[in-house]
Design a protein around this ligand. Sequence first.
Ligand SMILES: Nc1ncnc2c1ncn2[C@@H]1O[C@H](COP(=O)(O)OP(=O)(O)O)[C@@H](O)[C@H]1O
Ligand SMILES: [Mg+2]
Length: 354
Amino acid sequence: MSTTTSEQQQPSSRAGGAFLEVRDLKVHFPTDDGVVKSVDGLSFHLERGQTLGIVGESGSGKSVTSMAIMGLHGKSAQISGSIRLDGEELVGAPPEKVRRLRGKKMAMIFQDPLSSMHPFYTVGNQIIEAYRIHNDVSKKAARTHAIEMLDRVGIPEPNQRVDAYPHQFSGGMRQRAMIAMSLSCDPDLLIADEPTTALDVTVQAQILDLMRDLQKEFNSAVVIITHDLGVVAELADDILVMYAGRSVEYASASQLFNEPEHPYAWGLLGSMPRFDKPPTERLLPIKGVPPSLINVPAGCPFNPRCDFQERVGSPCLHDRPELLDNGAGHRVACHIPSAERRNIWAQEITPRLQ
Ligand SMILES: Nc1ncnc2c1ncn2[C@@H]1O[C@H](COP(=O)(O)OP(=O)(O)O)[C@@H](O)[C@H]1O
Ligand SMILES: [Mg+2]
């Protein structure tokens, strides 16, 4: 894999609390069929200027996590644990307070800009409105700012395009406009939830390049959420691998790509599309399907799909593995001893990925 490995960085931890500090977050939804435990004890942290990738299959709780940070869940969600943004607790905070933080302190880019942009207002007007909520400026000044932002995200002829409606933009241009809107107030935290999933590969690469440039320029903390490890390979400092609402591996990007220790992470790496192989060929597909979040399997939630469970035996079926540091700031939730995991990766998995 392509990530540099010269020095082994690790997810930085700061005792006094990071810029974004999520601790033991749980988001449960009571339903007629039972309680959906969409997020069930998730912890991570992020500093300004850093990018965290959250990776996992569809249904693992990634969007529910981002919506919890943004305060976008309705009353039906039972949220516990702690989300601290720049020292301020968001769990249980008055909705009005969280609303005031949105835009200026934190902003979000969604997979489908059409669902979050208003179809009846021009792109420019939406950026202008977003900007004026937090900045006491004239409409004219806000319009100038909107044109600058559209230009900044690579939209050609921004002077004209500022007056276009969202449906008049291509998918890639719409995503750029959405990024312009999100960044218009220079947020400290930007959450991008599958920002490129709806786009073709070329446009996807352009948008990721753009996000990297903008992050440098704005020095915000960025969370990129994706089901595709390839998306975060070049962008993330740290990567959190989510499975069934929990973290199964949390490490620096170089640790995760070069010495992954969780069998699920091996599966994700093996199912990454490769430029040197036909797009249909997956080297190491993950068998089976993600579990129901109402009846999460006892023991390790991944055990029904794990090729290595037999080697460890009953703990995998009965005991929930804790997320433990292997000594290098690299955290893994798996009953296989760390030394043996490293052996399996080097001796058995790596040759299959060649
Ligand atoms: N409002 C809700 N009520 C009940 N279940 C929900 C609700 N929102 C999300 N879920 C469930 O939570 C799980 C995680 O969803 P989500 O975070 O959207 O996954 P993803 O990782 O694909 O973004 C899914 O099983 C989804 O059906
Ligand atoms: Mg999602």
